[in-house]
Design a protein around this ligand. Sequence first.
Ligand code: SAH
Length: 384
Amino acid sequence: MSTHPVTFFSPGENADEVERTNLLDLDREGLRAFFVELGEKPFRAEQVMKWVYHYGVTDFDEMTNISRPLRERLSEIAEIRAPQVLNCQDSADGTRKWLFAIGGGNSIECVFIPDEDRNTLCISTQVGCALDCSFCATARAGFNRNLTVSEIVGQIWMANRSLLRDHPQGERGVSNVVLMGMGEPLLNMKAVVPALKLMIDDMAFALSKRHVTVSTSGVVPKMDRLHEAVDVSLAVSLHAPNDTLRDELVPLNKSHPLDELMAACWRWLADGNRKKHIMFEYVMLDGVNDRPEHAHELVSLLGNMPAKVNLIPFNPFEGSGYRRSSEEAIQRFAKILRDRGVFAIARRTRGDDIDAACGQLAGEVEDRSKRWRKFAEPRFGERA
Ligand code: SAH
């Protein structure tokens, strides 16, 4: 593991007090409207996007296919500003974690996970999280606010820039994005939807929609809205095969219990034949949700749904009160699923030496949810 000082900074950090439009806040449609408002042709949007997303250019002066007067105008009223990188850590396994400052004493984290066939970036969508999943470090940090579009896509933009710097041939750029960092994406639809549109837009990040995955704890009404708004892949953080246990692990289940959640999953899959399957995440907690009877219950719950189950070994953090399931328990669980025709993988833990693994992202959150009061009390579901 290594920590290295960051030698470049987000553009625009010294911007003067003038309130400028940050073009990273606008998806293609928004950018076209922005140029029309300026009395320009809408295709200026595509021209600028190409500079910003394909070439990483932030200085309007370098955008040579745009007229000088428009460039000057843009320099006065607009900017291209990603969140500022505070720190960057490399894990022994190649995982890299960035810490971004986003103002007000808050910071967020995002993690790059290189693999043989893909380069995945796990990004945050909120500063902290308002949901209260009992096994998640982000929940402990509390909640401050939603991220903006530029703060969400800025994570990818900065990661690409930094990776390109280390690998000038560009072969190590981000190929997959998962919204599995800090926060609940579906509780920030206003920014997440335009950000997703930018991820799959050929003029922006140009990622395949199969390679962009939104993960949700099960905000059922927003699941329907998401698939009306944008076509990307879906992951559901399930973690328990029955309501009693899920109420304890994912308290959102009390508002949207499993029958509602599974019905929303079926609706998602029924929307044409574009979506092949849903990914279900299941954190493996020793003695809590990892017994054979849980696996059998999970098989019944999923029925014939096109699904992949991702078994995630629990990543401990201080005071969590949980232990990771043994390797044998995980393999036994996976075998029960597989023997009954359910596709299951046991995810390898990556980046845990730099606290970059699933559920370990905490950043710095100026908590406005008064979560600490709750954790001062003995917790519901606390285990020795
Ligand atoms: N709120 C969304 C997005 C965050 S995804 C959601 O819950 O889906 C973060 C993923 O990591 C979720 O599947 C979450 O359940 C899992 N996770 C959280 N804490 C973890 C921990 N300590 N160990 C392993 N996985 C964890």
